[in-house]
Design a binder for this molecule. Structure first.
Ligand code: G6Q
Length: 550
């Protein structure tokens, strides 16, 4: 069904007019004129507190954005996702990551089959396996305990597990080592395994398709590494397990289906960290903590499904993202968690947001006439303050920020947590209010330096607070972003669940590999630059003196 072009909708036009009339109002004035602003633009749900009062909005902005969401069918599309409809239209698939965390007994059907039952069967198998490895019942082929877990995967089969392991490291088994290999650069595998004893190492090969070049290359390297150290094919059964939806390829690789943990085509790679792809997470933190994480995801799912738009955290985050992206013309978003354990959170979000909403055509295949997904980036605070924050404070571009922090530290060290959180709170304040030239002068600043020390302010941010970084809190936080990404995609009328750009990369690399490997250079038919790069690479590779010095 063809939907009307977004920019021609009256609700979009109304927002445009509203922005032209009041979009430049300064946060300084908005706060001064309204002592209840912070209360009115704060929402709390599932243990997350979202303060969006430092966004450049007024009541009317939010009302118009909600009207836009309604006319774009956001409430209906949310229900369609929960019903298991094939909302990933270009791949003709249901989108049911919400089923991965649905409690046992709930029913969600795909083609007449209850998928919640399937999910729970796999979860139980994962739990049994993890307990066996963790308590030493599962031993390596030589009878030694498994002490090292190496998860091999890439993209959606890697970024979630890495992020979750780092985020929940506090809850992890400290007598086990967890390593992650994703890059086809041999360095990744070599560095991850150089100090490991193969007899104590378990490889988890994570690949939905089990055909991804990088992952299969690393999986074969792992196989060779194990065989070299153990000297027997029999070792594979005790040192390799697979997470995949492709049983046939798993078997071809030599992993018994009894050692395969399944997931399904209705789980997108970047939405899969709470499926069996999270096996390394469960091995690290144990089945109970893993289930607490799932409960956190589920709590946010239920909130998303049932809360009215004006109090719905993912919907609000999405509407603010659309406002900043399309009306304030902010092309990027900085996500800055003030928690060292969340050091990989932004890298994870980059895939979730940019692979989902980096699309240039609508669901009907028409070129969009507006900006879609912004660029996401960031680093933990307060580190970021000493590098890129300069541009956010005084550069010429607007960079909306999401600040994330916790009330209680996991590692209390003197008053360091207060210092950390003071930084978070102060950044949002400084960005919003800035510092006027008069304030700078009043500090006795040399007149020549006044312009340099002035901060215009009016730079928007969200602040998200939770009590403590627990597995449950991580689940709610990830689900918040997952659903926010979906709502943005609904408004932009794009398919947030396909990734044709990734497919292209996979195909192109195969073609080029075929031109790099043969001894004699084959006929090249690329553009002149690509042809020259291939020739130069081969020359450098095959030269006895690659640095040019004998
Ligand atoms: C995620 C993408 C992509 C995918 C990887 C790995 O949504 O589809 O990042 O996860 O390309 O794919 P496999 O799991 O099939 O190896």
């Amino acid at each position: 069904m063809t939907s009307p072009d977004l920019v021609t909708r009256p609700q979009w036009q109304a927002l445009k007019k509203h922005f032209a009339q009041s979009g430049q109002q300064h946060l300084r004035d908005l706060f001064a004129a309204d002592s209840t602003r912070s209360e009115r633009f704060t929402v709390e749900a599932c243990g997350l507190y979202l303060d969006y009062s430092k966004q450049r909005i007024v009541d009317q902005t939010m009302r118009l954005l909600r009207e836009l969401a309604e006319c774009c069918g956001v409430p209906e599309r949310i229900q369609a996702m929960f019903r298991g409809e094939r909302i990933n239209t270009t791949e003709k698939r249901a989108v049911l990551h919400i089923a991965l965390r649905a409690p046992a007994g709930e029913k969600i059907s795909v083609d007449g089959r209850d998928v919640v039952e399937d999910v729970n069967t796999v979860l139980d198998r994962m739990a049994e396996f993890c307990e066996q490895v963790r308590d030493g019942t599962w031993l390596g082929h030589s009878g030694k305990r498994i002490r090292n877990i190496v998860s091999i995967g890439i993209g959606g089969s890697d970024l979630g597990p890495v992020m979750a392991y780092e985020a929940l490291r506090h809850y992890s088994r400290r007598d086990m080592r967890f390593r992650f290999v994703s890059n086809v650069d041999g360095t990744d595998f070599v560095e991850a395994t150089h100090d490991l004893d193969a007899n104590e190492t378990l490889f988890i090969i994570c690949s939905k398709t089990f055909t991804t070049l990088e992952t299969m290359t690393n999986a074969h390297a792992a196989r060779a590494w194990l065989l070299k150290q153990s000297g027997t094919e029999h070792a594979i059964a005790k040192h390799f397990v697979a997470v995949s939806s492709n049983a046939e390829e798993v078997q071809k690789f030599g992993i018994d289906s009894a050692h395969m943990f399944r997931f399904w085509d209705w789980v997108g790679g970047r939405y899969s960290m709470d499926s069996a792809i999270g096996l390394s997470t469960m091995l690290a933190i144990g089945p109970d903590h893993f289930r607490q994480m799932l409960a956190g995801f589920h709590a946010m799912d239920e909130h998303f499904r049932s809360a009215p738009l004006e109090r719905n955290l993912p919907v609000l985050m999405a509407l603010l993202a659309v406002w900043n992206n399309n009306f304030l013309a902010a092309a990027t978003v900085a996500v800055v968690p003030y928690d060292q354990y969340l050091k990989r959170f932004t890298a994870y979000l980059q895939q979730l947001t940019m692979e989902s909403n980096g699309k240039h055509v609508t669901l009907d295949g028409k070129q969009v006439g507006y900006a879609t997904g912004p660029v996401y980036w960031g680093e933990p605070g307060s580190n970021g303050q000493h590098s890129f924050f300069q541009l956010i404070h005084q550069g010429t571009r607007i960079v909306p920020c999401d600040f994330i922090g916790f009330g209680q530290p996991l590692n209390a060290l003197g008053d360091q947590h207060d210092v950390l959180m003071a930084n978070l709170i102060a950044q949002g304040e400084a960005l919003a209010f800035g510092k006027t030239a008069d304030q700078v002068r009043a500090e006795g600043t040399d007149e020549a330096l006044v312009p340099h020390r002035t901060f215009e302010g009016n730079r928007p941010s969200n602040t998200i607070l939770a009590a403590k970084l627990t597995p449950h809190a991580l689940g709610t936080l990830v689900a918040l972003y997952e659903h926010s990404v979906f709502v943005q995609g609904v408004i932009w009328n794009i398919d947030s669940f396909d990734q044709w750009g990734v497919e292209l990369g996979k195909q192109l690399a195969r073609k080029t590999i075929a031109e790099l490997s043969p001894k004699t250079l084959p006929n090249l038919s690329h553009d002149s630059s690509t042809n020259a790069l291939i020739r130069r690479y081969r020359q450098l590779r095959d030269s006895d003196h690659p640095g040019g010095v004998a």
